[in-house]
Structures are given as structure tokens and as C-alpha cells.
Design a protein around this ligand. Sequence first.
Ligand SMILES: [Zn+2]
Length: 80
Amino acid sequence: MKLTGMRNQCQGCKQYFNSNHAFDKHRVGKHGSDRRCRTTEEMLELGMSLNSANFWITEKRDAKHFMDLREAEQPDDDEG
Ligand SMILES: [Zn+2]
């Protein structure tokens, strides 16, 4: 699968995410100690869902809306 723009694949669980925001939301715990991926069940409980392309999204809304809400969290990129 070709990944473009903000989309990325988790190296831990191999799931695809539509944005860094969605990716970050599925990671839980502290760096270097108990950092892990949330399960599918946990992601669904958070209101996340898969879009039509099988990418995880934070909510069933236009992603552009949520890009504006992204906070100062640093993206994770080299763990797993
Ligand atoms: Zn993961």
C-alpha cells in the first residue's frame, strides 16, 4: 500500500493510520517503560474508526477539521 502525506503505518501493530493524530491516539503508556499499542477494541472505545480505505481515523468527520485541533504533542516515529 502506498502511503502519502500524513498517513502512516504503525511498526508495532502494522495498522494504518490516516494521520499522526490518529496514530498518536492509539499509542498509550510512557516512553521507555510501558509504551504499547491500543487494541482494536480500545480504539473503538475511544471513538476511533476505520475509514473506507482501512485507515484508522480519530472520528468519522472530515480530517481537515481535526488538523486544526492538533496540539503540541510531538509525533512518535522511532519506537515500537
Ligand atoms: Zn500500533
